[in-house]
Each structure stands twice: as structure tokens, then as C-alpha cells.
Design a protein around this ligand. Structure first.
Ligand code: PLP
Length: 381
């Protein structure tokens, strides 16, 4: 390994896996003044409308509905399509993916992932379909596109809906087409840790106006007019401060993604030839957002376990995250189901034991990335 940083992280700066980039505060002040003057704080105000339009343009989608966060958006997406019974999903995700099923009284049926991108393995979906299956809920993990064609073919064959948890896939395109334009619905998260953020926030991308109108009613208590409530909705609305921030953030997104990309390429260059360390590379035809940089540790070849590496980084104030360990199916809230016990999801289980995501964020300095890479040297302590 050629990297020779001049010093380790000696100033004790804590480097977390992510740190949100923020546009200059003074640029946000006029947005706040507009809100203060209008006294419209929420309920589909002008920033809310503008952000929906701006995002539809930027993402290349026809309909988008903003939400207070991605979890409520996921819950609402399932309601909007009347999903019931069983849903096939991945154990290799953030817990919210499966929690939303349970909150809708739907049984999550975990299916194994493929080892390359860590997404739901389409080849294993059909064996998990039963007479109660109504939908598939895949996740574009780390923003890497799922095999959308294979998943759609299975869904069409069995009459299933497809809802993508696209929390990691903001702005991701394949062959010029937004990943949000696949399946019946795609759900985004704008949490502070994501490539595009509104502090908290989320959205559902739908394919037609009628579905968007239903979603918009559902996120506003089911109101269809001043005195008419047509379904049992929830409060999923994004407020005006979040929306205004999103409008401003969108002006910076390209420059932030560019900075993330430079960091990811620096990591790749430094870590590419280490025996026992697997990296993820760009996929041909895909525009990535570089939201995550996972590395996979093969203890036998590398000589050090993933956890030992993770702890070593921590000793140097580098706080990677083991996304996604444990698997959702291994949490006590899910473990009851013997169906998904040890050995039943072998690829996901192995991946969860090997992964650590390294820090990536727009303001992460080159020198710190050098330090992190140097720590991969087995002799560095
Ligand atoms: C894959 C995935 N799904 C859903 C969520 C939930 O989104 P939110 O935090 O905006 O509720 C997140 C992350 O936060 C996530 O990473």
C-alpha cells in the first residue's frame, strides 16, 4: 500500500461515518424571512410546492409527494397500495424497512441478498411467494440499483406490487433513467445522514396523478376537502422550514456529490490491492450518489476480523458503521420467527459479518482519508 500519511489522527478529531454538509447559513436566512412574513408554516405552503416541482425536475420523475420522514413515507406507501398479508423484503437494510410492514400488520418474509451489490436476490424471490404474498419491498442498498427488470418480471408473473425503499438512492440513474421510475412506488429518505437532506424528511415517488392524490390525502389525515375525510390517514406532512431547506440544498447537491465522489475514488485507489478487503466499484451506466463506502473484510485472507478493524479505527477516532449488522432478522424484535434463524439467509449473514462503512461526506479532508487508509495496513496500530 503506497499511502504514507504524515501522522495519524493525533488532534483527536472524531470522524463519524457521515457529517451533513450545510449551505452557508446566510443563504438560508432569506428563506426563513419569507416563511416568517407569510406565517405559512406547513400544510402545502409555497416552499413545499416548489420543492416538489424542483425534485420532480431534478430526479426526472413525474409525481412526488413530500413527507416528514422516510419511515412515515414507507408506512403510507404500503397503505396507498392496500398491501396486506405477506411482503418479500431484504434482511440487509435499516430496520425501518421491515418495521413499516409490521406497523401495517403485514408479515415480512426475508429473502437472501446477492453478494455483489447486497440487494435482494431476484433468483430467490419466487421460492418465498405464497398465496398471501401481495408485494415485494426491495432496497437499493448503498444506492446500488436492484435488478429492477428481474424483480418486475417476477412481480408481473405473480400479480405483485413493487415498492422500492430508495432511501439510499437519491439521484441515482441507470442508463439515463431515474431509479425512482421503477416499480409501483419508490420511497426516499431525506434524513440528515443521506446524500440529500431536509434535516428529517422523505418522499414517495408515484407514477400517475391519481396515485399521488391518494398519497397526498393519506399524509394529511385523509382530508379530501374542508369537511370531508375519505380515509383514515396520518400526519405525514413536511413543514415549510424543511421544504425551504430542501430547495436551497438542491442547489448544492451536484457539488456535494462531486466531493463525495473524489473521496470514494481516493479510498478505492488506496485500498484496491489489499488481500481480503473487497470494495464496491462504480457500475457501468449508473450515476451514483456516493452516499456510502462499504468495505468487506475477509478475515481469513486479511488476517484481521471486521470487528477488530472496526475497533482499531475507533481507537483512532474513526467511527465507521457496520451497515447492516445485525441483519433485521437477527434483532430480538424479529428473531421469534424460526423461519429466518441462523443459516437461512447465508449470503446476508456473511455480508453482515464482513461489512464496515467508512466515513464519506463532502467536507471530509483528503488527509483524513489518507489516515483511514493507512490504518488498513496490518502493521499500523
Ligand atoms: C434503507 C432505509 N430505509 C428507511 C429509512 C428510514 O428513513 P427515515 O430515517 O427518513 O425515517 C432509512 C434511514 O434512515 C434507510 O436507510
Amino acid at each position: 500500500m503506497s499511502v504514507k500519511p504524515t501522522r495519524l489522527n493525533q488532534n483527536n478529531e472524531i470522524i463519524y461515518v457521515t457529517k451533513p454538509a450545510l449551505p452557508p447559513l446566510e443563504e438560508f436566512v432569506p428563506y426563513l424571512e419569507k416563511i416568517w412574513n407569510s406565517k405559512i408554516l406547513t400544510n402545502n405552503g409555497s416552499f413545499h410546492k416548489q420543492l416538489e416541482d424542483d425534485l420532480a425536475d431534478y430526479l426526472g420523475v413525474s409525481c412526488i409527494s413530500l413527507f416528514c420522514n422516510g419511515t412515515i413515507a414507507l408506512l403510507t406507501a404500503l397503505q396507498a397500495l392496500d398491501i396486506q398479508g405477506e411482503v418479500i423484503t431484504t434482511p440487509y437494510s435499516f430496520v425501518a424497512t421491515a418495521h413499516c410492514l409490521i406497523w401495517n400488520k403485514i408479515k415480512p418474509v426475508f429473502v437472501d441478498i446477492e453478494p455483489e451489490c447486497c440487494n435482494l436476490d431476484p433468483e430467490k424471490i419466487e421460492a418465498a411467494i405464497t398465496s398471501r404474498t401481495t408485494a415485494v419491498l426491495p432496497v437499493h442498498v448503498y444506492g446500488n440499483p436492484c435488478d429492477v427488470e428481474a424483480i418486475q418480471a417476477i412481480a408481473d408473473k405473480h400479480g405483485l406490487k413493487v415498492i422500492y425503499d430508495a432511501a439510499h438512492a437519491f439521484g441515482v440513474k441507470k442508463n439515463g433513467i431515474s431509479m425512482m421510475n421503477h416499480g409501483d412506488l419508490s420511497v426516499l429518505s431525506f434524513h440528515a445522514t443521506k446524500a440529500f437532506t431536509t434535516f428529517e424528511g422523505g418522499a414517495i415517488v408515484s407514477r400517475d396523478r391519481k396515485t399521488k392524490e391518494r398519497i397526498d390525502k393519506l399524509k394529511n389525515f385523509g382530508f379530501a376537502g374542508e369537511t370531508s375525510v375519505v380515509e383514515c390517514g396520518i400526519n405525514g406532512k413536511m413543514n415549510e422550514i424543511q421544504a425551504a431547506f430542501g430547495v436551497l440544498y438542491l442547489k448544492y447537491i451536484e457539488s456535494y456529490v462531486k466531493k463525495r465522489k473524489a473521496i470514494v475514488f481516493q479510498y478505492r485507489d488506496a485500498l484496491k490491492n489489499i488481500d481480503g478487503i473487497r470494495l464496491m466499484n462504480d457500475i457501468e451506466g449508473v450515476v451514483h450518489n456516493y452516499g456510502y463506502f462499504p468495505v468487506f473484510v475477509d478475515e481469513e485472507k486479511y488476517g484481521i476480523s471486521r470487528d477488530a478493524l472496526y475497533e482499531k479505527l475507533k481507537r483512532h477516532n474513526i467511527y465507521g458503521r457496520r451497515y447492516f449488522y445485525p441483519l433485521i432478522s437477527q434483532f430480538s424484535a424479529y428473531r421469534d420467527s424460526a423461519m429466518f434463524g441462523p443459516g437461512t439467509l447465508p449470503v446476508a449473514e456473511k455480508t453482515a459479518e464482513q461489512v464496515v462503512c467508512l466515513p464519506v461526506y463532502p467536507d471530509l479532508g483528503e488527509a483524513i482519508v489518507d489516515v483511514i487508509c493507512h490504518l488498513f495496513d496490518r502493521s499500523a496500530n
